[in-house]
Design a protein around this ligand. Structure first.
Ligand SMILES: [Zn+2]
Length: 210
């Protein structure tokens, strides 16, 4: 899992949430385009431009196609916590990549849907969450510790071992090991975003993304 380095909520969201009153409660999807845009940009940079789960690069120019806003805990919690809908700490960006036929790959947030296991889950805080997983040169992913049921549950529920992801990770790690890529190729200092699977490249080299 890629995860995010969470910051404060953007001021546009905080100001909008503060408008709540007896007649109006903020809800998802945000009905203010400026608020939604600010949230998406904030999440994008917290995740260094990558899907919070698989670490594929996200394209902000095609919302709804290459990515969507993801609620880590289902937005309508069983305990009635409506704040999960609009709470910045519960919001992330997930890929929603489409193939040539327009079908969305069944991984990450698309696959997860409203699944959530209160005991067996891995909170997407980078880099701690990435360390719970072992990325093999074959491209496959396993729990770093065989007894980590939560990591195993996340791999299964998010389909992190989907053949497309396995192929892409294998390619990335092979280029890294052949010195055709180095860590500088995975981090754009100017834009402050990473290339796809940057978190895996950095972990492979014993460090973590800025
Ligand atoms: Zn993904």
């Amino acid at each position: 899992m890629k995860g995010a380095r969470k910051n404060e909520a953007p001021p546009e969201l905080t100001t909008w949430l503060a408008l709540a009153n007896a007649d109006w409660q903020p809800s998802y999807p945000f009905n203010e385009p400026a608020v939604r845009t600010a949230v998406v940009h904030s999440l994008f940079f917290e995740q260094r431009g990558l899907c919070v789960y698989c670490g594929r690069g996200l394209d902000l120019s095609s919302p709804g196609k290459s990515f969507h806003i993801e609620h880590f805990r289902p937005q309508h919690g069983a305990n009635g916590r409506s704040d999960l809908e609009v709470s910045h700490t519960n919001l992330f960006l997930s890929c929603g990549q489409q193939d040539q036929d327009g079908n969305v790959a069944q991984t990450c947030g698309t696959r997860k849907g409203d699944w959530f296991d209160e005991i067996n889950h891995v909170v997407p805080n980078y880099p701690d969450c990435t360390g719970r997983f072992k990325f093999m040169l074959s491209g496959h992913v396993e729990a770093a510790h065989a007894d980590d049921a939560a990591a195993r549950a996340m791999i299964k529920q998010l389909q992190l071992d989907h053949p497309e992801l396995v192929k892409d990770r294998e390619t990335t790690l092979a280029l890294l090991d052949a010195d055709k890529l180095d860590l500088a190729d995975f981090w754009d200092v100017g834009k402050q975003v990473a290339e796809s699977f940057g978190h895996i490249a950095y972990q492979h080299c014993g460090s973590s993304l800025p």
